[in-house]
Ligand binder design. Structure first.
Ligand code: MCA
Ligand code: AMP
Length: 508
């Protein structure tokens, strides 16, 4: 089959098995076919063009998950513009940073947030602020309704920008990871093959679509295989248990699997038609892996990825899926484990920083060439910031993090951002933010603060201050007050000591 150009959507289109093949199974019965998907995404592409979008422009999108939002993503790909999805939890101040930094031509938001976000859009270079609601309606959808279904995908080079996804940094300043059409395509192809996807697959899609896991791994793998999806607006245990018998694959963060297990309603019968459960974005505990296998007979396949690189490693489809490991490098992806100081590869079995090279690795950080240079070796390997080791059979395990990030329910939180916000509160002299083990979220954001005066704030007041400017998943679930923070001779806060001290905070 000829592929007209390197636009990712054109490749998806060339993989369509039949126009009337199902793309999405609707909850009320019936399907959205691949032909419907091409037509509707074509309408979004035409609507975006009518708003003046050009290749390379950014389309910022902060909307609830819906099938229309998925078509908007696909329509954007077709125009050659870069898709910039934003977590629905982000508050106005967080959004202002992304909008000012990325300078999108169009910003699509939820209808009920439009007036709040007008200020940001008016003070930046956004040409159009349009809306798309959870019900699939809004000014963006209305424009699409009026638009032609036919659209010729804009020709793209492999290296052209397809998306920008922001990822936080150790300094608290977010960086936009620039992903190309070929970054996304190469990873979708590698995963579809490694995980044996076919048009017969029905993926139970319950992840958010503003991150790599739900947007690229789940959606792009489905599209490249000509498979179909059951598409839920969000994760909820009842919805999953009801849909599992109609699906063949499910992907999720570890919290999804622990919640399914603790429901007490997961059975072998419910999962009999499933051929693959995938977990990623955060460490899956060996206990969860074992319990899940005992109850369902399925060994969850754990894989490892990053926003900057898409997916890097995976446990095997055939062969042992080893709990506590993230498996082998994916085909086409090179991984080495290096000494954190010298950058030299360490001996097999020793711990070092995981470095990655391959077609999956991003183009660089948006308008941050120095930051990009810092995180790449001269020979093109990207320094992940994750500490790992490779055993004698080639299985990779992640054993620590240089980046000091906290992964809460699959969302990354960088302590520096929360510490900066805490330190700005009157009445707080200094703070340290750590991740503490949590049964549901894996880890929880936890703050330790030193008050600056006698009339100290209480925990709720602090959290109320923070929630004004920060998404809820970043808000410390607990705040501890101490007289001083433990520091070493160099004055550095000893976070290990704090992690040790508060490790049982959330255990029952
Ligand atoms: C919601 N809350 C959270 C989180 N999610 N707090 C901490 N961590 C979270 N992850 C807050 C809510 O705002 C609420 O606050 C309270 O916790 C309880 O909410 P709950 O109803 O339990 O939450 P939920 O709506 O059920 O959401 C939990 C969730 C969700 C389903 C686990 O967080 C989720 O879908 N996570 C997946 C994230 C993901 O897709 N990650 C992939 C990133 P309050 O009570 O104050 O209102 S991509 C990636 O990492 C790389 C590339 C990779 O390898 O994949
Ligand atoms: P993000 O910044 O959202 O792209 O998250 C990427 C980070 O998630 C990686 O650098 C890892 O620290 C972590 N991660 C992803 N998958 C796994 C996994 N299977 N096990 C442990 N950590 C993971």
């Amino acid at each position: 089959m000829t592929v007209p150009n390197n636009n990712l959507f054109s490749v998806f289109r060339s993989h369509i098995k039949a126009p009337d093949a199902p793309f999405i199974h609707l909850p009320q019965g019936g399907v959205i076919t691949y032909a419907d998907m091409v037509a509707r995404s074509g309408q979004y592409a035409n609507a975006l063009i009518s708003l003046g979008i050009s290749p390379g422009d950014r389309l910022a999108v902060q909307v609830d998950k819906s099938i229309e939002a998925l078509f908007l993503y696909l329509g954007c790909l077709r125009t050659g513009a870069a898709f910039l999805p934003l977590n629905t939890g982000y508050r106005e101040k967080e959004l202002a940073y992304f909008i000012v930094d990325a300078e999108p031509h169009i910003f699509v938001c939820a209808p009920d947030r439009k007036s709040e976000l007008e200020k940001i859009s008016n003070t930046s270079d956004v040409a159009h602020l349009v809306t798309l609601g959870a019900d699939g309606r809004g000014t963006m959808a209305a424009l699409a309704d009026e638009a032609d279904r036919e659209f010729e995908d804009v020709a793209c080079q492999r290296d052209d920008l397809a998306a920008i996804l922001y990822t936080s940094g150790t300094t608290g300043r977010s960086k936009g990871a620039m992903l190309t059409h070929n970054n996304l395509l190469s990873n979708a192809l590698a995963l579809a093959e490694y995980w044996r996807f076919s048009q017969k697959d029905v993926l139970l899609h319950v992840l958010p679509i503003f991150h790599t896991h739900g947007l690229f791994v789940a959606t792009n793998v489905t599209l490249i295989s000509g498979a179909s999806m059951i598409f839920h607006a969000k994760f909820d245990v009842d919805g999953i248990l009801e849909a599992l018998p109609r699906a063949t694959v499910m992907m999720g963060v570890p919290t999804y699997y622990t919640r399914l297990l603790s429901s007490g309603r997961l059975t072998r019968e419910l999962t009999i038609g499933i051929r693959l459960f995938v977990s990623g974005s955060a460490p899956l505990s060996p206990e969860t892996h074992k319990k899940f296998e005992q109850i369902t007979g399925h060994a969850i396949l754990e894989r490892y990825g990053m926003t900057e690189t898409n997916m890097n490693t995976s446990n095997p489809y055939d062969g042992a899926r080893r709990a506590g490991t993230v498996g082998f490098p994916l085909p086409g992806v090179e991984i080495r484990i290096c000494d954190t100081k010298t950058g030299e590869p360490v001996a097999q079995g020793e711990v070092g920083v995981i470095e990655i090279r391959g077609p999956n690795v991003f183009k660089g950080y948006w308008r941050m060439p120095e930051k990009t240079d810092e995180e790449f070796r001269a020979d093109g390997f990207f320094i992940s910031g994750d500490l790992g080791l490779m055993d004698d059979q080639g299985y990779i395990s992640i054993v620590g993090r240089i980046k000091d990030h906290i992964i809460s329910g699959g969302y990354n939180v960088y302590p520096a951002e929360i510490e900066n916000a805490l330190d700005a509160i009157d009445g707080i002299a200094e703070s340290a933010v750590i991740g503490v083990p949590h049964d549901d979220f894996g880890e929880c954001v936890t703050a330790v603060v030193v008050s600056s005066d006698e009339t100290s704030l209480n925990e709720d007041e602090i959290r109320n201050h923070l929630v004004h400017d920060l998404a809820k998943f970043k808000i410390p679930k607990k705040v501890f007050f101490v007289d001083s923070l433990p520091r070493n001779k160099m004055g550095k806060v000893q976070k290990n000591e704090l992690r040790q001290k508060y490790k049982d905070t959330y255990s029952h």
